[in-house]
Ligand binder design. Structure first.
Ligand code: PLP
Length: 348
């Protein structure tokens, strides 16, 4: 039997409709602005997010880096969460490539930043300090239980940013999951962002690609940054075609992934040695913490693998499971059973 792969929603394969659209895509050289399929995807992304324009990029990491390089110059500072993907998992690219200084404030368990802490982190105009330019938020928040940031919080953050003349970037890799969980259109979550990035290649199942959305001037400048990073792609319509199908057909089913994640969390929370609050699971990401006496997370991962379930160790006593297209309710039941076997065998 094939293993149940809950390592990430990035393992999703393109749907048959995506493969057909890729095969049939009308193409051109997108660096010359001549790929009509890329153009259609960018227009669709702009429309869905309520922004003037959008830019297609190879990855979420590049989408974030391009956004930061477009907002900030060398010696500028960005305020972001200490658990932010941009801070944690992107090699410090904005510092490495752009000379942009990161200033972290602690993420709260629900993925938000305490806005008073953000206010205190904003630098006064003084030659000793970098210049604060940007606040970066993450929605849903990957390392904070996949929590969605609601519109009311985003509006408060935007009001704070406006007080100090700062911009807001939202890393919305899973913004469609946030919209689904909150029951609001993506446009509402994008409204308070000067730039928003999102991924096609996660829960939306496209093989490759991310978008950055913003106003026309921002996207024109972002296009230059994409080019210098080597992200100008030629007949990229072959990928954009899958992205269009992703946006048209794959967002409405995300509720299924959220229900599966909730069921997984409920099933696991009953097992000995596992600490997990199912109420904290609002989207498709489940973090599982182990009691002090349990074997190391990497060992549990190996044992689960032998039982046909793949997950990621995200700490010495923590693993992550992510639900996605292709994972059924039956798979969730099998995954819970595998955990049961492994936790029992580990004697706790
Ligand atoms: C996956 C992810 C990214 C980066 O996307 P890649 O396409 O893997 O580079 C950025 N931010 C968040 C929150 C993510 O989960």
């Amino acid at each position: 039997m094939a293993s149940i792969d809950l390592r990430s929603d990035t393992v999703t394969q393109p749907t048959d409709a995506m493969r057909r659209a890729m095969a049939a895509a009308v193409l051109g050289d997108d660096v010359f602005g001549e790929d009509p399929t890329v153009g259609r995807l960018e227009d669709l992304a702009a429309e869905l997010t309520g922004k003037q324009a959008a830019l297609f990029l190879p990855s979420g990491t590049m989408a974030n880096l391009v956004s930061l390089l477009t907002h900030c110059g060398r010696g500028d500072e960005i305020i972001l969460g200490d658990q932010a993907h941009i801070f944690y998992y992107e090699q410090g690219g904005s510092a490495q490539v752009g000379g942009i200084h990161p200033r972290t404030v602690p993420n709260q368990p629900n993925g938000t930043l305490d806005l008073e802490a953000v206010r205190h982190a904003i630098r006064p105009d003084d030659a000793h300090f970098p210049r604060t330019r940007l606040i970066a938020l993450e929605n849903t928040h990957n390392r904070c239980s996949g929590s969605p940031l609601p519109p009311a919080y985003l509006e408060q953050a935007a009001a704070l940013a406006a007080d100090y003349g700062l911009k807001i970037h939202v890393d919305g890799a899973r913004i469609f999951n946030a919209a689904e969980a909150l029951g609001v259109p993506v446009e509402r979550l994008a409204a308070t962002a000067d730039s928003l990035s999102f991924c096609l290649s996660k829960g939306l199942s496209a093989p490759v690609g991310s978008l950055v959305c913003g106003d026309r001037d921002f996207i024109t400048r972002a296009r230059r940054q994409r080019k210098v990073l080597g992200g100008g792609m030629r007949q990229a319509g072959v990928l954009a075609a899958a992205g269009i199908v992703a946006l048209e057909t794959m967002t409405a089913r995300l509720a299924e992934d959220h229900a599966n994640a909730r069921h997984l969390a409920q099933g696991l929370s009953d097992l000995p040695g596992i600490q997990l609050d199912p109420d904290g699971v609002q989207t498709n990401i489940v973090y599982i913490n182990f009691a002090a006496a349990a074997p190391p997370a990497v060992e549990i991962v190996d044992r689960l693998n032998l039982e046909g379930v793949r997950v990621l160790a995200t700490g010495p006593a923590q693993i992550r499971a992510v639900t996605h297209y292709g994972i059924s309710g039956n798979d969730i039941a099998r995954a819970v059973a595998a955990f049961q076997v492994v936790m029992k065998a580990s004697g706790r």
